[in-house]
Design a protein around this ligand. Sequence first.
Ligand code: ADP
Length: 498
Amino acid sequence: METQKEKKHNWLGLKLGITRKLSIIFLFFILIFYGTLVVLFLNVQQMIKTSEQIVGINNRISELSTSMQESLLAMEVNDKKYRLLGKEMYRGYFESARTDFEAALKGIVGLESPHYRLSGRWNEICKTYGAHPKGTGLKRKGSAWAREETVNGWIRDLTKARLENEIEIENALISINARSKGSLKKGLLGLGLSVLMAVLGVVVVSRSMLTPLKALTRGVKILPGNKTAAMVETNARDEFGELAAAFNEMSRQLKEEEDLRSDFIASLSHEIRTPLSSIRESVNMIMEEVLGPVNQKQQKFLHIADAEIARISDLFDHLLHLSRLESKVQQVRFLPINPNRLMAEASEILVPRAEKKEIRLTLHPMAEPPMVMGGEKEILQVLLNIIGNAIKFSYKGGTIDIHTLAAPGAVRFRIADDGPGIPEGEAALIFNKYYRSREIRNHMDGVGLGLNISRKIVAFHHGEIWMENHSGKGCSFYFTLPCPVEGQQSGMDENVRI
Ligand code: ADP
């Protein structure tokens, strides 16, 4: 059954591939981006409308009302002057001022439209001015063209209407200001959301790609030489999930085939070793002339046969050892071991082989070495494999230095030779099963299992093993073995697979 955690990772339980995820994120991004653009566009439209109104109507009203006020004052002055001085020109000035006044008033009233409602005060002025009798004109002697309080009333109304218009302009400017600030905020918010969406998209998509990719890389790395099938665990339900499933299937099949091969090799080795021992014994008996005299030529061929049988026995010993390490539950007796003693023991066993090639084996034991914990037989096997290789691959007359060195919480062994070293590009492969350098494959014995067995043994002891080339002047093999921590007991580690 699917767990809560799995559901959470599966994008609300939907089966979404990378393309769909990308499309959804892109869609959201586009929606936010264009949504912001639409909001900004509407705001700008509104601001244009308001500023058009200010430029087209309010400014015009302001202009016309100023002209009305000036005309009204001119009418008043010319009326007084005419009545006082009786000059006809003042009557003319009065009439021209009145025409201007009426034209301006008409202009203002004409600005009203379904989109713009004029302040009621203008209609009021229009009404009272319209009601005033016009035909009377100016009188040389007698009363003024209009009563003083009527004119003062118009002036008051005009001033108020102008004030209201100015307040309207101010309000419109405030509204433009507020809208531009709002637009800026909305724009920034939209921008922020788009960036957030883009970042979120990158994180989600890269996570959904990187997590299974990392798991796959880990799986591929541990695939060679893994005891159990390397399985990739991922909750991804996209293309990577399918890739992981295919990888798991491949890994399981490989493991099955590997197990089959190991079993086959183990039983084959076992079956062949017994008749091989009988053949070797028979050959030895013939060589030792137990069955009758043997001439020199026959001796020579018997020696060749003996050497070949020894080589084949060696090969089967290796194969059997490896299959035991891989498939059997092996008991390892964990004891504190003096690393210097083990190093000396390994070199003692191999000195005759080194002397045959005139190779000088030098030991560099560390002073007061701490004990290491492990299986003595197994660690000795590692040393024999690595020093044995150094002797095998070094040139005649070469030198091999073996060190025990202090390392944090461990002892480090170093086996350095001045032989050919490992060819560039092959260094990463030497610990793999059956790996043998291309250059020596045709002219040297070996099966390519010694280092693989050594790596398994060292890993079982929680140590590390690695190799460093000396740039054309041989190479050094290192491995570490941890020192026992306080209170650690020696004893048998029973159910352990190496
Ligand atoms: P084998 O020795 O049976 O071939 P190993 O697993 O011990 O198998 O070694 C694997 C390969 O690593 C060797 O075939 C050889 O190419 C390379 N190798 C190991 N040790 C050395 C060394 N000291 N110098 C050069 N090459 C080495």
